[in-house]
Each structure stands twice: as C-alpha cells, then as structure tokens.
Design a protein around this ligand. Structure first.
Ligand code: A3P
Length: 416
C-alpha cells in the first residue's frame, strides 16, 4: 500500500485502537458503579439513613412510622443476622445488580415464562392474584440454581403485641437463637400496609434456611380489628404453621410507659402537652376512665385476645409476662422456646445485668464483644403519677385483668 491509501489505513487502525480503549474505560467505570451501589440488605434491621439522620429518640416521625431505633442500633447482631445470612444477602444484592444490567432482554423472556408458570400455579392452588402466589425469589441468573436454601419466607412466628410491654426486648433475645431468623424492624403489614399484598410482606422477611423459624413483631396487630382474620387468611392460603406470641404487662404501668414515650415525642415542640389525666379520663369531669382512649384501650388485653381466639386456638398463642422478662428473662425465654418446639439454647448464661440501665442485656456470640443492651427509648424513667389517678386506673382494669387471667390460665399478679 502506498501514498493516500497507506495514510487512510493508518488512520483507520488508530480509530479502532481509540474505540477499544474507550469501550474498556466505560465498562470499567460501569463495573465500579455497580460496586459502589451495594446497599445494605433490606432486612438488616437498620432503617434507611438512620445514621445519616443522626438522631435517636428525637426522630419521632420515624418512630411513628414503625421504625424502632433499637432495631437500628442492633444491625449485624440482631434480626437473626448471622455472618452466613449477611454474606448471602450481600451476594444476592451484587448478583441481582449485575444480572439486571447484563440480562435485561433475557430477564424479559424469563418474566414472561414465569408469568405463564404463575398462571398455571394459580389455577391449581386458587390464589387470588399473581401477587399472592409464592415466587422463586432468587432472580439472579447465577444464584437461581444454587441459592443454598436461602429464601425469603412468610413468618411462622409473630409477636402481635402489646405496645410498651417488652416486645423489642423479646424479639432481640429470641433472635439470638440459632433456629430463628427475624425481621429487624416492625413491618406493620396487617395493620397499615395490607394493600401492598402478601408478596410485599414476604419480601420484608430475612433470607432464611428451611429449618429456621421466621419471626416478625408488630405490636399494633394485637389491637387491629382486622388483623386476626388477615393473618388467618394468609395462614390458610399458604398452609403455614403459625405461632403467635403476646407479651403483656400491668396495664397501668403500660399506660405510664406509653405516656412517657409521648412526652419525649413532644419534647421541643411548641404545642401544649396533654397531662396523663387528660389522656385517660373522659374530658368533662375527669371522674371516669375513658375506655375509648387509645392509650387505655391497648391494655384491655382480654378483649383483644378474644378477637384473636375467634381465629386461632389458645394452643397457638403464647403469653409472656413483661414483668418477668425484665427480672428473669431466661425463664420466659425457656417457655417461649418450648412453645416454639426448638431446643432451649437461650439460657441464663446469655444474659448480663447492666447495673446502670437496670436491665438485662444479651451477651454476644463473638468473644470480646460487649453485651447488647437496648437503647435509651427502652427502659425510660417514668414520670410521677398522681395516686388518685393510679387508683382509678387500677379499679378500672381490675375486671378486665381477671378475665384475661382466666382466658390464658395464668395469674400475672398485677397490683389491684
Ligand atoms: P419502659 O421504657 O417503660 O421501661 P416495647 O419494646 O414493647 O416498646 O417495650 C418497652 C419496654 O420493654 C420498656 O418499657 C421496658 O420496661 C421493657 N423491657 C423489657 N426488657 C427490657 C430490656 N432488657 N431492656 C430494656 N427494656 C426492657
């Protein structure tokens, strides 16, 4: 080749080299981009941006939305977050992101195929919608065949209440069991987010192995009128073996605890704070307990339980004493493990008493790691309450408490 032809050939070669270099740079940066976008596992027990928010007990809007800050502080060691689960969840996330980018077209075809399969499945099992039908959750091509048993499954243990009775402590302690995987934060599916569908609910659960129990807690379920039937529907639809746990505490103490939380919630806000009396008594004379006030209603345990008993036998419901969970947590935990039919692994040896906090904290598996205590939103100082108010509340709750003892066949010996 000579003259202009040679020059043209040289130019062409340069262009080819330049484009190859360009392609390499772009693909490399895309690879890095993928790596930087590995976010926290959904069920790590950490609400999004909590650290960034940099607030704890003062961020009440998040508390209201069901974010439990003690769950946030327990990332990595509660919510059943074993190193294996963490590894798998991370692997899943990375693989999903890679798969998403590489195989868009392939996935489209797969989705169509999956849709056809689902339709077939629905016609066999009589599901209401594809959303209700169980899915193979592993979307990544690399992991689809080999998910090593890890899947997001419906819970088979639910702590349904009651608010301010020790629900977080119970979940944190149970999550230490090797056969329990727990959702870190309150899901609020059967009360707030029911319209999101059962598939959404399942996707809020941690990845688990087939031999593990999946645990979730949302204290609002106990008092939500529709919750028992909704749980029952799910159980029936998927032939689940469900166990329900209720933790209760002297309803008067519960009110004071709830009230103390409310006070903190309103700290720094300009509007006037209601007194405890304004919240628990009927507005005019302040001589009668207002049974319809939410703060009072929650403690009518017998009424709530009766609603659940219309759908579940007592043998499926275990009641925990909130008082005993504070003084001798291992005893209550033993009964729960027996009820769940799992080996009694969590014993007195797993607890350490924090003299400053005056509560038991859970020892960690790893050596040299400090025991995990709940944060400052649990175990608050209670305000002083007028003796007459306490008297009236005790009198009000007495018949309901007696009825509750009869229903569950256990005397909790709450002050009369
Ligand atoms: P107080 O803050 O009134 O003391 P919940 O998690 O359902 O909101 O319940 C909070 C209550 O859990 C606390 O109420 C506290 O008494 C009780 N609790 C039980 N065991 C605890 C523990 N080990 N650490 C902190 N609080 C615990």
């Amino acid at each position: 080749m000579e003259g202009p032809g040679r020059k043209l050939y040289f130019l062409f070669v340069c262009l080819v080299i330049l484009s190859i270099t360009f392609v390499f740079i772009v693909s490399d940066s895309r690879g890095n981009f993928t790596n930087f976008h590995v976010s926290l596992p959904r069920n790590s027990g950490k609400p999004p941006n909590i650290k960034a928010v940099g607030m704890h007990s003062d961020n009440w809007s998040l508390v209201d939305q069901g974010f439990d800050f003690d769950a946030a502080s327990m990332i990595g060691n509660s919510g059943g977050q074993t190193p294996e689960r963490k590894d798998f969840e991370m692997k899943m996330k990375m693989s999903r992101q890679k798969g998403k980018k590489k195989n868009r077209k392939k996935n489209k075809r797969k989705r169509k195929k999956k849709g056809r399969k689902l339709k077939k499945l629905m016609s066999k099992k009589n599901f209401d919608s594809p959303d209700d039908a169980p899915r193979n959750n592993v979307q990544s091509p690399d992991l689809k065949e080999d998910n090593e048993g890890w899947e997001q499954r419906f819970p088979n243990v639910i702590i349904i209440g009651a608010k301010k009775c020790g629900t977080r402590a119970l979940l944190q302690q149970l999550a230490k069991h090797s056969k329990i995987a727990s959702a870190g934060q309150e899901i609020h599916f059967f009360d707030r987010y029911y319209d999101r569908g059962l598939n959404w609910y399942r996707e809020q659960m941690p990845f688990s192995q087939p031999d593990e129990l999946i645990l979730e807690k949302t204290p609002a379920y106990l008092i939500t009128k529709e919750a028992p039937e909704r749980v029952y529907d799910m159980v029936r639809k998927f032939s689940l073996n469900i166990s329900l746990i209720v933790i209760v505490r002297d309803p008067v103490e519960r009110i004071v605890s709830d009230f103390a939380q409310g006070l903190e919630k309103k700290k720094g806000k300009s509007f006037r704070r209601q007194s405890l009396e304004e919240r628990v008594f009927e507005s005019d004379m302040r001589k009668k307990v207002d049974r319809d006030a939410n703060i009072v209603q929650i403690g009518l345990y017998a009424e709530h339980l009766e609603r659940w008993l219309r759908f579940f036998p007592l043998s499926q419901i275990h009641v925990v004493s909130g008082e005993k969970l504070v003084t001798k947590p291992w005893e209550e935990l033993k009964a729960v493990q027996e009820f769940l039919n799992i080996p009694v692994e969590i014993t007195k040896d797993n607890f350490w008493y924090n003299k400053t906090k005056k509560f038991y904290c859970v020892k960690q598996r790893a050596e040299g790691v400090e025991p995990k205590c709940l944060g400052k939103t649990k175990g608050r100082k209670h305000p002083k309450v007028d003796v007459e108010t306490l008297r009236m509340l005790r009198d009000f709750y007495l018949p309901y408490n007696k009825k509750f003892y009869e229903l569950v066949k256990r005397d909790f010996e709450w002050p009369e």
